[in-house]
Write a protein that binds this ligand. Structure first.
Ligand code: DGL
Length: 265
């Protein structure tokens, strides 16, 4: 019998691990191939044309190599720019990750929502559409931070991060026009839930953080509901696309997410 086909979870770096955790809770024995496009990291400082050129081509190659049951694009930047192109190019289910503006609008009391993402994500028309459709009566304040992505990567490598850095990033959001009223922040980059505790501790005022990871896990479980998974979880694989990335510092952090086999393409 052939090996069961895996779920392929994809991000530019380790951000998709925030999605992997609830996914594992729902599908504990599903084989996982986690791909970090370290050769293309970071995505958030690239323009839409670069992402549109890179992501569908790379996912096509990964689909051929790993023959996944389904791909989770656990990256807001890639999803808000390239989800439609990827879906058109690949003949398998693709679950994307888009900023959780709808759930944030459902809970905001002040009707002022912060969207904290990468620089690329926060300027996407996709975000305009989500805001118009689901948060028309809210002020939606956006802030892009590449530094916060790097901080999440550093944390996973076991490095110390500076609380003042998190405070500075939040303060920039609060200082934007309309920012003083924000009571809810959408973590619109999958790296950011991995540093949610640090953000909460650094915030100048109490704030609610919202993201879409649980919904992505539920959607994936639903789309694979007829699939028979193995009785026991096979070893989780983490694959880096760039040979130049030093993968050693990531090993312990990846193992905490069940990814004990680490390799580079
Ligand atoms: N984790 C990614 C996202 O959700 C992108 C981080 C980056 O490469 O800039 O947007």
């Amino acid at each position: 019998m052939r090996d069961p086909r895996p779920l392929l979870v994809f991000d530019s770096g380790i951000g998709g691990l925030s999605v992997l955790r609830p996914l594992r809770a729902l599908l504990p024995t599903a084989p996982i191939v986690y791909v970090a496009d370290s050769a293309g990291y970071p995505y958030g400082t690239k323009n839409a044309a670069e992402i549109e050129a890179r992501v569908p081509a790379l996912l096509g190659r990964l689909a051929e190599r790993f023959d996944p049951e389904l791909i989770v694009i656990a990256c807001n930047t890639a999803s808000t720019i390239a989800l439609d192109v990827v879906r058109a190019a690949l003949d398998l289910p693709i679950v994307g990750t888009v900023p959780a503006i709808k759930p944030a609008a459902a809970v905001s009391q002040t009707r002022a929502i912060g969207v904290l993402g990468t620089e690329a994500t926060v300027r996407q028309p996709y975000v305009d559409r989500l805001a118009a459709e689901f948060a028309a009566d809210c002020t939606v304040v956006r802030h892009g931070s590449a530094e916060l992505v790097d901080l999440a990567e550093a944390k996973l490598r076991g490095e110390r991060t500076d609380p003042a850095a998190f405070a500075r990033i939040l303060d920039a959001l609060y200082a934007s026009e309309g920012g003083a009223r924000i009571d809810t922040i959408v973590l619109a980059c999958t790296h950011f839930p991995l540093v949610e505790d640090e953000l909460a501790a650094a915030s100048a005022r109490p704030i609610r953080f919202v993201d879409g990871k649980e919904g992505i896990a539920r959607r994936t479980a639903w789309l694979t509901r007829d699939h028979v998974w193995p009785a026991e979880a096979p070893e989780g694989r983490a694959v880096f696309t760039g040979r130049t990335t030093a993968i050693e510092p990531y090993r312990t952090g990846l193992a905490a997410f069940g990814l004990t086999r680490v390799e580079t393409l």
